[in-house]
Design a protein. Structure first.
Length: 251
């Protein structure tokens, strides 16, 4: 068994509690409502109705695709275009792009990262590990990377890949293989850390990686899927890795 030289992380419910608050969502949709009214020259539904019909409609389309375990990622501009058209708004592309950015801001203004998580990433990087991120997300990749940088996570990563840029989701092997390419590591020398048994553990193991299941934000159980290690918090990861030796042991 090769020493571990690289670590790939899932994002939501692994490094952060991926969510958006009601307050942040309302603030984002106040601006969305104003932009639609300015562009369409018409009065828009009440704010809560707009949130339910647009944000709720997008969420339902995304959730349904995951429930059906579709491997291809949704195209977010298309989803927003169709959702807005269904409630009577056909908007120019620049307005659509602005609405998508405003909707994204509800996540940006809700998500925080624990200091212990940043300390763990910093310590792993200092120990010589190459670090990367692989995320199933319909949100746009340039906005996701801006969030990572703002949170202080991006500075610790050698590469990132999102299903929204590749077009396929975990557990499709192509997204893992692309992530390995971006951080310059082989599957045999890489550990994948995630919160999902199907997407993360099964997917990473299928391409030859060792796996760690984190239960910091989500607790999944499946007797048919066994990760190589289980941690309750990301700060426990360095201890879990010691069994496999590290990059300095290999040099």
């Amino acid at each position: 068994m090769e020493p571990v030289r690289a670590i790939l992380f899932d994002y939501g419910h692994t490094l952060v509690d991926f969510r958006r608050t009601e307050e942040a969502l309302r603030e984002a949709y106040k601006h969305i409502r104003a932009r639609i009214e300015a562009t369409a020259y018409m009065e828009v539904h009440e704010l809560l109705d707009l949130i339910e019909r647009v944000a709720g409609g997008v969420d339902r389309m995304v959730a349904q695709s995951y429930e059906e375990r579709r491997m291809e990622e949704l195209d977010l501009p298309t989803v927003f275009r169709e959702t807005l058209a269904a409630v009577g708004f056909t908007l120019p592309e620049d307005t659509l792009s602005h609405i998508i950015e405003l909707d994204h801001s509800a996540y940006s203004n809700s998500i925080t990262v624990e200091p212990q998580v940043l300390e763990t990433l910093s310590g792993l990087r200092a120990s010589g590990y190459r670090l990367g991120l692989v995320s199933n997300i319909s949100l746009l990749p340039h906005l996701m990377r801006a969030d990572l940088d703002r949170l202080g996570i991006g500075a610790h990563l050698d590469g990132t890949v999102f299903s929204s840029e590749l077009g396929v989701r975990k557990p499709d092997p192509r997204i893992f293989i692309e992530a390995l390419r971006r951080i310059g590591a082989s599957a045999a020398e890489t550990v994948f850390v995630g919160d999902r048994l199907y997407d993360d553990v099964s997917g990473a193991r299928a391409v030859g990686m060792r796996t760690v299941l984190t239960r910091q934000f989500r607790q999944e159980e499946d007797p048919e899927v066994s990760p190589d290690a289980v941690i309750a918090h990301l700060s426990e990861l360095p201890d879990a890795l010691r069994a496999w030796k590290g990059p300095r042991d290999a040099s």
